[in-house]
Write a protein that binds this ligand. Structure first.
Ligand SMILES: [Zn+2]
Length: 397
């Protein structure tokens, strides 16, 4: 077993590596030619990558039924380890009918061979129970539930090996794997590292939260999610450009590392907050920022549910230390970015904009208020959003 670098052990104690390289990979590629191909969803492709690089340690493959049931019902795997989200490989009935337990399959993304797997178990998904327990709703208007209901009803459990990383990956230079980030943190002398999960641009409120956290640790790992999200989220390339802009001008370079988290958004709110925290522990982070409505969507979760859920675990079970933050905003009377915990004034003094307001302003070409967003960030977002706006219908001559 390889020596584990870093000041926090991976979840379950061992950093998993299921990415085959060199001769082992060549041999597996050869063998896989005779395996039955099984198409992966976008989410399964990213789950395969996360498993292979160790981001989901101790998972070595897609879950078998015992873990699936146990995770849904108890937020623990069958062996008792804390775990909040099912990580499964769904297939449609036709595919399932052609497969038997013990069979080796080729995991495909279109025409691309991504990995191999031995089917240890083939079992029925319990979608309604999974939706109710994991997403806390069975409404199909919820994007995570909608995806769950759309996907195949049979789940394949078994260990995987990744043979190829998705090749049209965005930001390969930022795709640091857990073994790498652990070395990067160590080489910078960071013993305490706080991770910030996001799928949004960094407004002043997020900067405040990150820097407040940074006051008590050695380094900040800015780890935006770049896997599949809802179509109305800000595109990943625009977000990444906005991160570069703010990091360059407002953050000390030796205290921040930017990496991308190639996970699909599940929008499971509280359960996903736990999932995100455990993944960041595997990347070597000791602290994890949980804001309001982390990984939430619509009005499905209470403002603080994603924080309260951490109390459902025994001390030490999750391992990484969550840091909880409240509403943050610029207050004109305080003349500073503050939070509802630290400011005694009222809403009239606070500069707050909804996501919709932000988007509309940027689409109109208006800079966001400086108290809300740094101008460097506004500019990048505006250019990004305006260049991606669908072209108006062509006028007939
Ligand atoms: Zn105030």
């Amino acid at each position: 077993m390889a020596r584990i670098v870093g000041s926090i052990p991976p979840h379950g104690g061992q950093l998993i590596n299921r990415a085959l390289r060199g001769e082992l990979r060549e041999a597996a590629l050869e063998r896989a030619r005779s395996f039955r191909p099984v198409q992966l969803s976008r989410m399964a492709v990213s789950d395969l990558e996360l498993i292979a690089v160790g981001a989901l340690s101790p998972l070595t493959g897609f879950m078998n039924k015992a873990d699936y049931d146990s995770v849904i019902d108890t937020m623990h795997m069958a062996n008792g380890l804390a775990w909040s989200m099912p990580v499964t490989l769904p297939v449609d009935d036709e595919t399932a009918a052609g497969l038997h337990e013990g069979q080796e399959i080729a995991l495909m993304d279109g025409d691309d061979l991504m990995g191999i797997m031995t089917v240890e178990e083939k079992y029925a998904a319990d979608k309604e129970r999974e939706a109710r327990e994991v997403f806390r709703t069975t409404e199909e208007a919820h994007p995570g539930v909608a995806r769950l209901y759309r996907q195949g009803s049979t789940l394949l459990g078994g260990e995987v090996f990744m043979l190829n990383t998705p090749h049209e990956v965005e930001f390969p230079e930022l795709r640091h794997e857990p073994a790498q980030t652990r070395r990067m943190f160590a080489s910078r002398g960071w013993r305490r590292v706080v991770a910030f999960q996001t799928r949004n641009p960094i407004h002043r409120a997020h900067e405040y939260i990150q820097k407040t956290a940074l006051e008590i640790v050695d380094g900040l790992f800015l780890h935006p999610l770049v896997g599949e999200t809802k179509s109305d989220d800000i595109p990943a390339d625009v977000r990444i450009a906005s991160y570069h802009a703010i990091l360059r001008d407002y953050y000390p370079p030796d205290r921040v590392l930017l990496g991308v988290f190639p996970a699909a958004m599940r929008y499971a709110g509280p359960r996903e907050a736990i999932f995100h925290a455990i993944a960041r522990k595997n990347y070597g982070c000791t602290h994890f920022i949980v804001g309001r409505d982390h990984a939430g969507v619509g009005k499905y979760y209470g403002t603080y549910d994603a924080q309260l859920i951490f109390d459902e675990f025994e001390p030490g079970e999750i391992g990484i230390q969550p840091l909880f933050f409240d509403y943050t905003f610029y207050c004109k009377k305080c003349n500073a970015v503050v939070s509802s915990k630290t400011c005694p004034h009222s809403k009239e003094d606070w500069v707050m904009l909804s996501g919709t307001q932000v988007r509309e302003m940027l689409e109109r070409g208006e800079m966001l208020p400086e108290e809300f967003t740094r101008p460097e960030v506004s500019k990048v977002l505006m250019e990004g959003i305006r260049s991606k706006k669908p072209a108006p219908p062509e006028s007939t001559p």
